[in-house]
Design a protein around this ligand. Structure first.
Ligand code: ZN
Length: 473
């Protein structure tokens, strides 16, 4: 199957930005030509997508999300309002994930996949939890995401919060799924070793996660210092900062995906930087939970963006992240000046205040996907690259060039412009419609399932696990 994207303005890469006027030929799952060969391909009967007046960009990557929260919007809440991050987990998220069953996991995955593609996000790096339906849960996600055409990197959230047997079940799900991925090599799916966060992982469970990461060659994907409690608990229980605890356990190798890092200090950030880990910044989630602002200047270039479950609109996430980062720039630079300078050895610096910040962060997410899929050209639109791309219907009122792309990104573009989407060469959105399913039907089918999910979660009490008890002893 050959598809030609004709007459568009093509963003061939985000970091550094490159913009050309060209036809793109997609053959099979890859970019087969940029400019030039389009006429020949048309002659042999390729399908043509008219991209005149459009921007063609690499597909966006959401580097940390929770598809299981797709049906959370508007859910009932009758407990006392949460006063801090731990109470948000105990009273909200650990009740929602505890209520998930197979049908609601499937419906959540379909809604998450639909919303990602329609927003121009072609890859989701997901972190899944469903303690009452662990076994096979990653298969459901993989199946539904791939069915609609989303590329994904999946992991199950291993945790001791429901006891050691549940922790073993979570780890077993990761192991089973990674085994399936290694054997089948599905086109759109890979895995990581999922773990919740240091404060809900015993030494034994963490060691077992590290063993699986070593044997599978896949790094951990876990939350790190999202709130101050992670470091406080680690020092009280293990006598070490979170990152030093992870380092001692061997959890930084293979290079992990670390979500948040809001409460990491200079020493810990230096260890993260040296490990080759990707830090995933989730600005809207951090604001929503009031956990603080991540010291991005300390982490060098390997800082990607995630939504932490607040949809998958990376135009929105990158815009909010950029604006918030600009607002705090003076404070950050003063406090961490020495380390900012240390981090500048990288090709770009997540602490920079340059206009290209959103583009560099999204490129870092694509780099992570490229590494995981062993597809070095993923995230670019050049000969031989996997054809994950988005056509934006964007009547630009000023010129779009390599020099101006970042300004268009922050002040002009949005998910509203997404018209067509290809993932691995397959057209998955055409003229704002999913090609593999009816989007109104996905939403309509989700509603009764969400209603039953809400009834179950409404009957659940506040979760009992509380790391603050350990700290107080
Ligand atoms: Zn998260």
């Amino acid at each position: 199957m050959t598809t030609i994207l004709r007459g568009g303005t093509v963003v061939t890469r985000l970091r550094p930005a490159e913009v050309i006027e060209a036809d793109l030929v997609v053959d099979g799952d890859r970019v087969a030509a940029v400019g030039g060969a389009a006429e020949t391909a048309i002659a042999v009967g390729a399908s043509v997508i008219d991209c005149r007046g459009c921007l063609v960009i690499p597909g966006n990557v959401c580097a940390h999300t929770h598809a299981y929260s797709a049906l959370a919007r508007g859910m009932p809440y009758r407990l006392a309002p949460p006063r801090d991050f731990v109470e948000i987990l105990r009273r909200v998220w650990w009740r929602l994930d505890g209520a998930l069953d197979e049908a609601s996991i499937r419906a959540s995955a379909r809604v998450a996949a639909m919303e990602a593609l329609l927003a121009g996000t072609t890859t989701l790096i997901d972190h899944h939890a469903s303690p009452a339906a662990v076994d096979g849960s990653l298969d459901i996600l993989a199946e539904e995401l791939a069915r609609l055409g989303v590329r994904s990197i999946l992991a199950y959230e291993t945790s001791d919060r429901d006891g050691p047997a549940a922790a073993r079940d979570g780890l077993a799900e990761n192991e089973r799924f990674l085994g399936w991925v290694a054997a089948e090599r599905p086109v759109l799916t890979r895995g990581l070793v999922g773990a919740h966060a240091s404060f809900s992982l015993s030494d034994d469970t963490l060691a077992a996660c590290v063993d699986l990461a070593r044997s599978s060659g896949r790094g951990l994907h876990l939350h790190v210092a999202e709130d101050g409690i992670d470091g406080v608990e680690s020092r009280a229980t293990h006598g070490l900062s979170v990152v030093r605890r992870l380092e001692r356990a061997g959890a930084l190798e293979p290079a992990p995906v670390l979500a948040h890092g809001v409460h990491l200090g200079r020493d810990e950030a230096a260890v993260v930087r040296a490990s080759g880990a990707t830090l995933v910044h989730n600005p809207r989630s951090n604001m929503n939970n009031a956990v603080g602002r991540a010291p991005l200047a300390l982490f060098g270039s390997r800082v990607a963006l995630g939504t932490d479950g607040i949809g998958a609109d990376m135009f929105e996430e990158s815009r909010v992240g950029h604006l918030r980062h600009l607002e705090e720039r003076h404070e950050v630079v003063e406090v961490f000046e020495a380390d900012v300078v240390a981090a500048r050895g990288d090709q770009d610096d997540a602490g920079s205040i340059e206009a290209a910040w959103p583009l560099a962060r999204l490129a870092a997410g694509a780099d992570l996907v490229a590494d995981t899929f062993d597809e070095p050209l993923l995230g670019r639109l050049e000969l031989g690259a996997p054809a994950d791309l988005v056509v934006l219907d964007y009547p630009a009122p000023t010129a779009v060039t390599a020099a101006t792309l970042a300004a268009h990104w922050t002040f002009g573009l949005s998910a509203r412009s997404v018209r067509d989407v290809l993932v691995a060469g397959r057209v998955v959105v055409r003229d704002r419609r999913l090609t593999a399913a009816d989007q109104e039907a996905i939403a309509a089918e989700a509603r009764p399932i969400a209603s039953r999910l809400w009834d179950r979660l409404d009957a659940l009490p506040e979760h009992e696990f509380d790391p603050r008890g350990v700290v107080a002893r």
